[in-house]
Design a protein around this ligand. Structure first.
Ligand code: GUN
Ligand code: ZN
Length: 425
């Protein structure tokens, strides 16, 4: 595991907490053993560290924390941009057949390696990741993350109904197989294991019960799943779980909703479900490009912010249309706009950094440049794309720059990416 020592000179931006950011023009970030050691103005710190650590001169560029992606599928690269379907048809026509290929180890490793390279080159340094149902794919995800020393939350996707036969696991094995995976991977390097029932339509009561038992055995373990993404999906869920009072109750009944539960989409929650999400301390993940692409609906970001519910943004590749959390944040802005709400660039950058880390329960590890945190950061090229360069010729306020970066930027704007002080992309 590479943990570098380095001092970087750049303009530095990060959040101290919600609503409070720090911007140091011509600053120095000092990383020792892969962790944030000190940060301040270049002039004040240069004498202390020159000759002690290797220096990197990124003057004029912006240094920010790596992005957090709260919901992404490692097994859907080739599903991106599949034409013409809403959720259920999209799963059946495109996604399940694509995921079936992950039974093959060669295909699996190749595609997952491409997935990690793409995420990192887009500036995502922390992510909550879904696998396919195959053990191959979770082994692939864990080994590619370990190789790159990336902080991830992931677990084997559980499905025992509602998908083609070759994608279903034997219900009775769920508990024991998952124990094995947790013991093998949880807290190994920078990995946290997540119980990952795909969604209500692909798990039987019996499987959810086993996952609930695992949550009792490992109370702090993450849970990630999908909820209330599409109107037809919700009708199916009602018919499969007639005894549950709503969609949330399908998971809540088995003890799967609480702190460290990441609920993806959450477009059609009722007021009562919103209240229970809040009471139970669960996090929501807003997947804006996916919700637009599949025509799923508009997540109520304003409500989540007003209720102070932890929220992350998710690219949701392969229903999402970009790996870039800048594109994802821009889509979140546009969806909010359609609903008469204009979140600021600061609101949205918070969600893809410290706020996202908080929603994922990782705020003690990543998300900003607090002393002792893991040094995952990006150098932003403030001159790419061209339109951004035009905007920055006159000196503008940091929040105005971030807004332009979010709306105009993408992978091109990411000059370099560091994990624990070590350059990875
Ligand atoms: N619901 C169940 N599975 C999926 C998936 O793979 N992608 C999305 N967007 N929604 C889902
Ligand atoms: Zn998803």
């Amino acid at each position: 595991m590479i943990r570098s020592n380095i001092a970087i000179r750049a303009n530095i931006f990060h959040f101290l907490n919600k609503g409070k950011h720090e911007f140091i023009e011509d600053g120095l970030l000092v990383v020792i053993d892969g962790l944030i050691h000190e940060m301040g103005s270049y002039d004040e710190l240069v004498h202390k560290w020159q000759g002690v650590l290797p220096f990197l001169d990124e003057r004029g560029h912006l240094l920010i924390p790596g992005f957090v992606d709260g919901h992404i599928h490692a097994v859907q690269n080739g599903v991106m941009a599949s034409y013409g379907a809403q959720l259920i048809d999209w799963l059946q026509q495109y996604t399940f057949p694509y995921e079936a290929q992950f039974a093959d180890m060669d295909f699996c490793l190749k595609d997952i390696s491409i997935f990690f390279d793409e995420m990192l080159s887009n500036g995502t340094t922390t992510a909550a990741i879904f696998s396919s149902v195959h053990k191959n794919s979770i082994d692939g995800i864990m080994s590619e993350a370990t190789k790159r020393n990336m902080r991830i939350i992931s677990g084997k996707t559980n499905m025992d109904r509602g998908a083609p036969e070759e994608l279903l696991e034997v219900t009775n094995n769920t508990y024991e197989e998952t124990v094995e995976l947790i013991e093998k991977y949880h807290k190994h390097q920078r990995i946290s294991y997540a119980l990952s029932p795909r969604f209500a339509l692909t798990s039987t009561d019996e499987q959810l019960k086993q996952l609930g038992d695992l949550k009792i055995k490992y109370p702090k373990i993450h849970v990630q799943t999908h909820i209330s993404e599409n109107s037809d999906e919700i009708i199916h869920v009602k018919s499969l779980f007639p005894e549950r009072k709503d969609y949330l109750d399908v998971y809540e009944h088995y003890g799967l909703v609480g702190k460290n539960s990441l609920l993806g989409h959450a477009i059609y929650l009722t007021d009562n479900e919103w209240d229970r999400v809040k009471q139970l301390g669960a996090s929501l993940v807003h997947c804006p490009t996916s919700n637009l692409f599949l025509g799923s609906g508009l997540f109520d970001l304003q409500k989540s912010l007003l209720m102070n519910i932890p929220v992350a943004l998710g690219s949701d590749i392969g229903a999402g249309t970009s790996f870039s959390m800048l594109r994802t944040a821009a889509a979140a802005y546009e969806i909010a706009s359609l609903q008469g709400f204009k979140p600021s660039a600061l609101d949205l950058f918070y969600l893809i950094s410290l706020g996202g880390a908080k929603a994922l329960g990782l705020e003690n590890k990543v998300g900003n440049f607090e002393i002792g945190k893991e040094a995952d950061f990006l150098i932003i090229n403030t001159e790419k794309p061209n339109m951004l360069k035009q905007r920055t010729q006159d000196k503008i306020r940091i929040e105005d720059f971030l807004f332009a970066l979010m709306m105009l930027g993408d992978k091109d704007s990411i000059k370099s990416v560091y994990l624990m002080g070590h350059r990875i992309a």
